[in-house]
Design a protein around this ligand. Sequence first.
Ligand SMILES: *[C@@H]1O[C@H](CO)[C@@H](O)[C@H](O)[C@H]1NC(C)=O
Ligand SMILES: *[C@@H]1O[C@H](CO)[C@@H](O)[C@H](O)[C@H]1NC(C)=O
Ligand SMILES: *[C@@H]1O[C@H](CO)[C@@H](O)[C@H](O)[C@H]1NC(C)=O
Ligand SMILES: *[C@@H]1O[C@H](CO)[C@@H](O)[C@H](O)[C@H]1NC(C)=O
Ligand SMILES: *[C@@H]1O[C@H](CO)[C@@H](O)[C@H](O)[C@H]1NC(C)=O
Ligand SMILES: *[C@@H]1O[C@H](CO)[C@@H](O)[C@H](O)[C@H]1NC(C)=O
Ligand SMILES: *[C@@H]1O[C@H](CO)[C@@H](O)[C@H](O)[C@H]1NC(C)=O
Length: 497
Amino acid sequence: MAPRRQSRCPGCSWATGVCLLVASLVPGLWAQTVLVNDTVSGFIGTDVVLHCSFTNPLPSVKITQVTWQKATNGSKQNVAIYNPAMGVSILSPYKDRVTFRNPSFKDGTIQLSRLELEDEGVYICEFATFPTGNRESQLNLTVLAKPTNRMEGTTRPLIARSGKTEKIPVATCMSSNGKPPSTVTWDTKLKGEAEFQEIKNSNGTITVISRYRLVPSREAHRQQLMCVVNYQLDRFTDSMTLNVQYEPEVTIEGFDGNWFLNRKDVKLTCKSDANPPATTYQWRLLNGSLPENVEVQNNTLFFKGPVSYSLAGTYICEATNTIGTRSGLVEVNVTDKPLPQGAPGGIIGILGGVIAAALIIGVAITVFIIYRRQQKSRTETDNDLIDLPPSHKPVPPPKRKQEMKSHLTAEDIQVVHLDNMKQEEEIQKLPLQTPYYDMAASESSPYSDKLNSGTKDYDVHYAELDTSALASSPSPRSSIQAGGDLVEYATIQPNLR
Ligand SMILES: *[C@@H]1O[C@H](CO)[C@@H](O)[C@H](O)[C@H]1NC(C)=O
Ligand SMILES: *[C@@H]1O[C@H](CO)[C@@H](O)[C@H](O)[C@H]1NC(C)=O
Ligand SMILES: *[C@@H]1O[C@H](CO)[C@@H](O)[C@H](O)[C@H]1NC(C)=O
Ligand SMILES: *[C@@H]1O[C@H](CO)[C@@H](O)[C@H](O)[C@H]1NC(C)=O
Ligand SMILES: *[C@@H]1O[C@H](CO)[C@@H](O)[C@H](O)[C@H]1NC(C)=O
Ligand SMILES: *[C@@H]1O[C@H](CO)[C@@H](O)[C@H](O)[C@H]1NC(C)=O
Ligand SMILES: *[C@@H]1O[C@H](CO)[C@@H](O)[C@H](O)[C@H]1NC(C)=O
């Protein structure tokens, strides 16, 4: 097997090589060809030109005839013939639709008018020559058909039913009798699904049908659904807005949780989202009948006269449209006093916090200033101070502190002074911010106690938050007020450790 193959292949390629060599040496043999367009296409009803030309005719070669044929099922059917001696012949059924454009020894081009689907197929252009014989080429003619596109919604009304999960067709998009077939897609935010179907017609065209299905829901109402058909370079779109019917979605407005005794002009309004809109509203109490002094107007329940305890109860509103009835409820309770409106406690808390923070900063700065001054003046008064006993005995203020008197009483300065003396070394180690930061966290903060009206926790909380925000802007006024509180600060100081 193997040796045989080896001997065959060289022979083969050798023969091919000789053929090519001969062909290139004899130009007439090689270059005498029939030129056509490989593929030609046209839409139904339009005209197409089927080019055909004979290249490099040698003077010695005679063209005897040009023949166009259509290849059908393997057999060939004559379409048109040009004979330089005899003239032109167009055969049935092409008599009225085919013409030679410029018949000659070199040109066999024809025009085929008013294309029909049946024209599609393989066409052969043949040049009969003497003495070299026949030369031919073939082309494929494709007939295109533009589809007709259409979208339509279902005629059935779409009704949302709770608990139903069955998808029903809501729209159909059809691209009929296209060739080649169109591409159909949907463009929508809806969460449905599309199914596609292609129908091949006997004449070769294709109808593409797509149905869009979804579970009708309240959310789908008024949503856009767009069908997009792409055919060749054409784009067709059509859209519709869904109309889904659904039963009322009921809410009751009017109860603010603050129906206190003797309040006037209260009412409950039944609101419903429904398609079609709710036509009737029914009010009732969960158990028992409606109070006597109520008046029902459309969807509103007006309470005549001042609020009394008898109004309390669970009120139910039933809204009905053609799809169904749904209800909403509200639990009305009556209080003896109005609830505090807004959040005054909160505002006081915030205000208290702000003031407390300002005070703390003021104290811190004052302490810092005093401490600095003491350090400076200590060099002068050192001996005197060391001699003093560590008690709350009155001490004459240092000379340098005279100007502080307008802000601080002598007593204040004494206490701070003495405490500083006791904890001199501790304070020097402490970072400067530490005192007021820790004080804010301390629950026994004297500032918040003084300012607030009971809600201590809130005030402390806000003071912590606001300290940093206010740190850059201590007001001079608060430092004056802080002067009186320095005693307190001094007593807190030991807790810090
Ligand atoms: C078809 O062929 C002719 C010449 O043979 C040329 O002029 C023409 O451009 C071709 N058309 C296409 C679409 O290729
Ligand atoms: C082509 O052949 C098929 C069967 O092979 C036949 O049904 C059809 O009619 C033929 N078409 C023509 C144009 O002869
Ligand atoms: C022409 O059509 C035939 C059969 O329909 C196919 O076999 C051939 O590949 C086509 N030629 C071209 C150039 O499309
Ligand atoms: C092709 O066939 C379909 C269905 O039979 C028909 O509706 C359509 O008009 C036909 N198209 C042409 C161009 O004849
Ligand atoms: C009254 O109703 C409001 C709102 O429904 C509720 O927040 C509140 O707790 C109720 N008060 C009493 C005392 O039941
Ligand atoms: C309403 O119902 C509650 C609990 O179901 C019951 O305690 C109450 O007595 C009822 N009121 C009336 C007026 O029936
Ligand atoms: C209430 O109903 C009356 C007729 O009964 C109508 O004239 C009026 O406009 C309605 N009011 C509202 C707010 O729908």
